[in-house]
Design a protein around this ligand. Structure first.
Ligand code: GAP
Length: 501
């Protein structure tokens, strides 16, 4: 992950939010290349899930919703994490992430050690080190290690006996439930009646508009509504770069179908969503579909499978695909008193549809695509030597820059033609980023473009201007070069990018 974090900053993909003020935890800014990468992913998702499907429509609902929405959805009551604070160093931890241990020592006293998101082995090592520091050793047969919160917590005693993983003081609070929704106020008075929430998921904006879409678009079941937008969660422990952030973007679908057809649609959506990632170049061996265990299931779900990617910290959720049954629509019917049912022409009855929800994160997808694209290769560097080239092997649809125009050198004979080629490409390949670069040696410029994942470089050389009015197209992955007449350049690139044919 460190290499990706460093490349992302150095090459303008992702910056820490508010860095000049020391950073805002759990928030990230997408730089000039990052915004192109994320936009490309969102566009590819919209194309596959809205534009190319007759059974889908789009929506862009507000972030601020009526607060009753979140009572109905269960977020006010259930969207909580157990949290433990350290009174000494003020650190805050997810209680279910803390692992702690206690062990009697040869001296007759006991040592304790805690780790945040550590393993049993980490805690054992910590206990041994603590005993050694005190000039003794642990009684290995009597070591007890357990999560501080959960069914085994009693093994290690009350959480208040455990030392803080950060400062080591015995100053932890008992676990308290902490709601992850950000609160704010509408209007000038900060009073309870004016309190609203920043939406923690985009899904509810779709549910509350179900009847509006059915009526205005004359939709028949089965059909789905797709939405891309920001969501906010006051995560206690954001981390792993952009993987868990407090402000992030979701790409969500609520697919409404008749009860009884839900299992089939669930399976179809799982297949479609897996194919979306691999069609855009994600290595299939780093992707898997993992069904939730019954005790993991959200209160609204009949079944959920996560699409997981093999991130550097291990297999982790990229997207969840849930069968939410008729839970949400029924909740909104109850809380709003409105009819959100669907009239079935075939049976002449009103019904509440079931819902399949493929819910993806745009930021997690961007991170997975960055990680997956990253390659280091040994390539010839002349005189029998080799050098390491860093290359992002993005699928052309995902790559932030599609083509770079590189005159062989900054030379007055080459510049006018190179600029003309660049202008032609800006017109012929509009809707994507084309770069022009004439600084430093051509070799270094190729490396720079490899490092940001540009699929094609167009080189203008002296032959171009002196004899053949042709340029070379260099392929990022094979590094082979092909000579193409300037007149044929736009169609040749459109074909290589997969735009035509
Ligand atoms: N409407 C269902 C829902 O919101 P979720 O599993 O909580 O389900 C769906 O979120 C997706 O949103 C996740 O698979 C992930 O890609 C993204 N996501 C959730 N929390 C996130 C966070 N704190 N930071 C970045 N992405 C997040």
């Amino acid at each position: 992950m460190d290499k990706i974090v460093s490349l992302a900053k150095r090459r303008g993909f992702i910056f820490q939010s508010s860095e000049v003020y020391g950073g805002q935890g759990g928030a990230w800014d997408y730089g000039p290349l990052g915004v192109e990468l994320k936009n490309n992913l969102k566009r590819a998702w919209w194309r596959a899930n809205v534009l190319q499907r007759p059974d889908m429509v789009g929506l862009d609902a507000a972030i601020l919703m009526h607060p009753r929405t979140w009572e109905a959805s269960g977020h006010v009551g259930h969207f909580t994490d157990p949290m433990i604070d350290c009174r000494a160093c003020k650190h805050r931890f997810r209680a279910d992430h803390l692992v702690t241990g206690v062990a009697p020592t040869a001296k007759g006293d006991a040592v304790r050690f805690s780790a945040d998101r550590g393993t049993e082995a980490d805690v054992l090592a910590g206990l041994r080190a603590a005993a050694k520091k005190a000039g003794t050793s642990v009684d290995e047969g009597q070591v007890r290690v357990a999560a501080l919160h959960g069914p085994d917590a009693h093994l290690v005693g009350p959480s208040t006996n455990a030392p803080c993983p950060t400062c080591g003081e015995v100053a932890l609070t008992e676990p308290r439930q902490f709601n992850l929704m950000f609160k704010t106020f509408v209007g000038p008075v900060e009073e309870a009646a004016a309190q609203v929430y920043l939406r923690p998921e985009t899904a509810q904006g779709i549910f509350v508009n179900f009847a509006n879409v059915v009526t205005s678009m004359r939709r028949k079941l089965p059909f789905g509504i797709a939405q891309i937008g920001k969501a906010f969660r006051n995560e206690i422990t954001p981390g792993n770069f952009t993987f868990r952030s407090r402000e992030f973007e979701q790409m969500e679908i609520e697919f409404f179908c008749k009860p009884g057809t839900d299992d089939e649609w669930h399976q179809r959506w799982m297949n479609d969503r897996m194919a979306w990632y691999t069609n855009l170049g994600i290595d299939a061996s780093r992707l898997r579909l993992r069904p939730h265990d019954p005790d993991e299931l959200a209160h609204y779900a009949k079944g959920t499978s996560d699409i997981e990617y093999f991130f550097p910290m291990g297999w982790s959720e990229l997207e969840g695909i849930a069968n939410r049954t008729d839970y949400d629509l029924k909740q909104h019917i109850e809380f709003s008193g409105q009819s959100l049912t669907y009239f079935d022409d075939e049976t002449g009855e009103h019904l509440v549809p079931y819902v399949i929800e493929p819910s993806a994160g745009a930021d997690r997808a961007a991170l997975a695509f960055l990680l997956d694209a990253y390659h280091e290769e040994e390539v010839p560097a002349g005189e029998g030597k080799t050098e390491t080239r860093v290359v992002l092997k993005f699928h052309p649809d995902v790559a932030p820059v599609k083509v770079a125009v590189l005159p062989l050198s900054r030379n007055e004979k080459l510049t006018p033609t190179a600029q003309q080629v660049y202008a032609n490409l800006l017109r012929g390949l509009r809707d994507c980023v084309v770069q022009y670069d004439d600084s430093q040696s051509i070799g270094r410029r190729y490396r720079r473009q490899d490092e940001i994942g540009t699929p094609y470089c167009v080189t203008v050389d002296f032959e171009t201007v002196e004899s053949d009015q042709a340029v070379t197209i260099r392929d990022r992955d094979s590094m082979t070069q092909e000579r193409v007449a300037i007149a044929d350049l736009v169609p040749a690139l459109r074909q290589k990018l997969g735009w035509d044919g």
